[in-house]
Design a protein around this ligand. Sequence first.
Ligand SMILES: [Cu+2]
Length: 651
Amino acid sequence: MNKLNSILSTFLLAMIMVSCGSDQTGKQSGALSGNAAERVYVAPGDHDEFYGFFSGGFSGQLSVYGLPSGRMLKVIPVFSQDAEKGYGYNEETKPMLNTSYGFVPWGDLHHLDISQTNGELDGRWIFTHENNTPRVARIDLTTFETVEILEIPNSAGNHSFAITENTEYLIAGTRFSVPSPQKDMSIEEMKGNFKGPLTFVKVDQESGGMEIAFQVIMPGFSFDLAHPGRNASHGWMFATTYNSEEANTLMEVNSSQNDKDFIAAINWKVIEEYVANGGGTRMTANYAHNVLDHDTHVATSTMKQGILTVNPSEIPGAVFFMPTPKSPHGCDVDPTGEYIVGSGKLAAELTVFSYSKMIKAIEEKNFDGEVYGMPILNYDAVLGGVVREPGLGPLHTEFDGKGNAYTTFFISSEVVKWSLSDYQVIDRKPTYYSVGHLMIPGGNSRKPFGKYLVAMNKITKDRYLPTGPEMNHSAQLYDISGDKMELLLDFPTIGEPHYAAAIPASIIKENSKKIFRLDENAHPHAVKREADTRVERKGNDVHVYMTMVRSHFSPDNIEGIKVGDNVYFHVTNLEQDFDVPHGFAMLGANTAELLVMPGGTKTMLWQPKREGVWPLYCTDFCSALHQEMQGYVRVSPANSNVALSWSLDGD
Ligand SMILES: [Cu+2]
């Protein structure tokens, strides 16, 4: 228990530092004594300079904020059903949440990144991933909609995630090592038998479409964070590992035994070539690939079989391990691609590796043993430098493009600015409280926009009005344009913001779609004018081809529906005006409403259970006579012979 005690006392010391080491409110900081309010104020009608995309963690969603104002602009559902938008409820998007385990209505969204071209943000897509049922997703930044979800088979707890600098690959690494392939076996036989697969997902450069290219079957460590090489180090990716002990119980103690775990350096170009030359082994796998069709806006889910796996110990030059102290978490690569920052969660120092030294050590075979047949690089040979006494519990690092790095410290609850040239600390500012990730717009690319930094805090405590036992997590915006950081703003986030990415609004706002063009609507059940609206019965299935326009449905009276029918409302919004969606709700439907964008079509399944006359209505306030936007459906007994009929104003 001594080991446990020493870990506990580290945290206890840290909590004391959090509670008395710094000003609790931040009110004496430059922030509130200066003109912070003016610097985050975006006047009514004006637009923010940046879009910020924040992970929603266990909400399974992603939220969009304007920066610097901190105004929430939108929630984009990704891995969870969202009643507000009908996502995962309507027939068009239900397939997006299909998996090899069936329909999974929830996910734990962790990291995200904006697509890149030549190492710079290109603003085309956001890619993100899910930790519980391993999946990756693509969000289209013209519509701000999730358009593709790909399940990652033969993996568990997809946590480490990186995008290469031309968005060639997404890399999704497993946090929980597991039998590979899965099988019934004793947990105690884990060591040496469980594996830690890293999955490389190829991204189509034109369409953004994702396909699993190959899976690297790494040792059974936990893969935590990952970042790609850039510039000279393009072609490599770097991922922290912990639990190199391969422990399976009381992990807080048993996976903290080794003084050093590793950052794995993976040369994916070497593996790509190996695979292109016929290397690798097919492994059985069963996984879902869900795609929202661009023209019909209908998602399909396809179950795919089999993946190509490679054993990295059989590929010379593919994988090297860099010893990294104290259970490393963050693994961040600077804009030049030369520095790889490893953050040991329990470390009192920051370890910075040098890419050029790493290459030299590989060439000189400066190895210190091996891990399952793969070389461990000599620590001193690859070390670029160490930041001394930066704080306690380093987690993540981002960069401002001016030679500075910014690292979050969970235990001492602060952001620390330090220089990449001499590893000296330049500035430190408290966070409120227990910061996890941080984000500088473009801070994970060749070209950061080093004006703001956002710290994402795990614990909010006294920062806002209390809201019962739980407070929303919190983001804090700092101005980093000067030598010293200045805290400007707190704003609450949705779920746990594991990470965020931001981009100048100018790169994407002109491409943001205003409407879906009705003449391009290829939905198989769309109707484009009221004259074509109708109701058709096929056995127990009834299809209602309905339109909506300010301020009525067509038809709005339907008779001849029977208890036990499956009624499909295919509802097309005829509007061709920006920002005029209509909603659709049906009393007794076991689903959410439909929210239908201008020019779009959505489908609700209603299974009426009782006789009667049941109302439907528009849920999204659309016009002065929105309240009148309603209709009725008559439901008769199952054996009734009331004829099927439909009308609008008697027609
Ligand atoms: Cu309406």
